[in-house]
Design a protein around this ligand. Structure first.
Ligand code: GLY
Ligand code: MN
Ligand code: MN
Length: 486
């Protein structure tokens, strides 16, 4: 081999190593984020639904204090995320129905105001996209810093409608004159909005209606992420079922559920995890999860993973000692039958009210038969919530629950809750059962997205009898507790 050729090969070799390293590094990030084409498509769909001569204004969610100078983990406003992909706070997105023209004759149909890049702040709280990053990554040509909004030449009085959600309440920050507080304040001034006019704004009703109509029908890309969130949630429920025993604590079970989510790449949960043993299951949104031993009673777990912004909402109610007692079995079967009755009604064009009635009648008749209810009309005592809701970027996703349409994703979640001292035989006291599944509405029926986790009594008991990889996860007792002689 000639020397020049040797160099050439060496060079090519080194280059290929560095490319491999680069692509390997890139491979360490998820490769299934929604792309800028998705967000552009959502903006265009919204624009087609907006009335003539209208503009929509979407603010980021505020940040919130967790403790002293520590903030809660930031969660983007789902509308901001849905229409732009921007996930940072202190931002504002404006979408115009008709293309606008600036003084130099350039045409634009949306503007994004973002938080300014700031190396000092970014060292503490992470990278910001800034104007250039947002232009490149999100594919929105018109991007400015928040500080530019104040004097930006937009005359909102030119539009017949200015569509926006209820305005977010932020806390003024004297160090930052372009934070969310200032953006909202400047918007109010530009529109002469008073507190009253903001509360009773018909344009806000229209904004919620139009965005609800869009967001309730899931696109193929969204369905991909939702399916993943739901399957991960089912896997977490299943792993807990396999390892559950009466000596475990509610917190421990929450931790195992969320560990499986994270192991599978879900960034967080779509709502505070609900893990309630026995009577705690009667508190519909119980999130303390402080009971140190779940004991042998039923354990209600309403836990859903959030994957790239999309959340599942799945509940399983299982016997911690492996077998449903006769009373637990009777109540569980009733909730199961109610869910099945509701499922049968589901399809494109069906009324959600029919599913609600089917489930409610099944539970009411059953409770009367068991002697728990004297009069069917008192069903609300033991079943005090609705049958379901949309899921998506919000766990209670926007959109009316009226006529069901293909590609909606909704929950079906009947439940029966019998707290102590209820007006029935005390053998029923402390039993709480909810079964919650996520379904995709199809042309002729539905697809049970949460089919990966069992619901039938015998299937749940069978899964509980199996072994889990988590069974062998044991920790040493804490030194601090040993010393105290615990
Ligand atoms: N996890 C809240 C709900 O089921 O609606
Ligand atoms: Mn739900
Ligand atoms: Mn739920």
């Amino acid at each position: 081999m000639r020397i020049t050729s040797l160099y050439r090969h060496l060079f090519a070799f080194l280059f290929s190593i560095s490319t491999i390293q680069l692509s390997a590094q890139e491979d360490f990030l998820p490769n299934d984020y929604l792309g800028k084409e998705f967000y552009a498509g959502r903006r265009d769909a919204f624009r087609s639904a907006m009335p003539d001569s209208s503009v929509a204004v979407i603010f980021a969610y505020p940040t919130r204090t967790f403790s002293n100078d520590v903030e809660y983990i930031y969660h983007a406003n789902p509308d901001m995320y849905y229409f732009s992909g921007y996930k940072e706070p202190h931002a504002l997105l404006i979408i115009f129905k008709e293309a606008q023209t600036d003084t130099s004759g350039r045409s634009y149909k949306e503007i994004l105001f973002v938080q300014k890049k700031n190396p000092q702040a970014e060292q503490w709280t992470g990278k910001r996209l800034g104007t250039e990053g947002a232009r490149e990554k999100l594919g929105i040509p018109e991007v400015y810093n928040g500080a530019d909004f104040k004097n930006f030449p937009i005359d909102f009085s030119r539009f017949k409608k200015v569509l926006h959600d209820r305005l977010p309440a932020d806390i003024p920050n004297s160090n930052d004159k372009a934070d969310l507080y200032d953006l909202v304040d400047q918007f109010r001034q530009k529109l002469n909005l008073t507190d009253k006019s903001v509360q009773r704004n018909p344009d806000t009703r229209l904004y919620l209606e139009l965005t609800g109509k869009l967001r309730r029908i899931k696109t193929t890309e969204e369905l991909g992420l939702l399916r993943k969130a739901v399957e991960i949630s089912c896997q977490a429920h299943n792993e807990v079922m396999k390892t559950i025993h009466p000596g475990m604590s509610e917190l421990e079970i929450q931790g195992l559920q969320e560990y499986v989510h994270k192991k599978q790449g879900a960034e967080g949960v779509g709502y505070g995890s609900i893990v309630g043993s026995g009577e705690n299951g009667c508190v519909l949104h119980y999130m303390e999860n402080t009971k140190t031993k779940i004991g042998g009673s039923l354990l209600l777990m309403d836990v859903g993973a959030e994957y790239h912004g999309y959340t599942a909402d799945v509940t399983r109610t299982v016997p911690a000692d492996g077998k449903y007692s006769a009373e637990e079995r009777a109540i569980y079967q009733l909730v199961y039958d109610a869910q099945e009755a509701a499922f049968k009604t589901l399809k494109n064009g069906a009324k959600f009210a029919d599913a609600t009635i089917a489930a409610r009648e099944t539970i009411a008749d059953g409770l009367v038969k068991l002697g728990i209810l004297k009069d069917k009309k008192d069903i609300w005592t033991y079943y005090p919530h609705g049958l379901g809701h949309h899921i998506g970027l919000d766990v209670h996703d926007r959109g009316a629950m009226e006529t069901l349409l293909k590609d909606m994703v909704i929950t079906i979640e009947p439940g029966i809750y019998i707290p102590s001292n209820s007006d029935c035989d005390k053998k029923w006291w402390g039993i709480a059962v909810r079964i919650e599944d996520d379904v995709l509405i199809t042309e002729n029926g539905y697809e049970l997205l949460s089919r990966f986790s069992p619901r039938k009594i015998e299937d749940v008991e069978k899964l509980i009898s199996q072994k889990s990889a988590l069974d062998n996860f044991k920790l040493e007792p804490l030194q601090s507790e040993k010393k105290k002689g615990f």
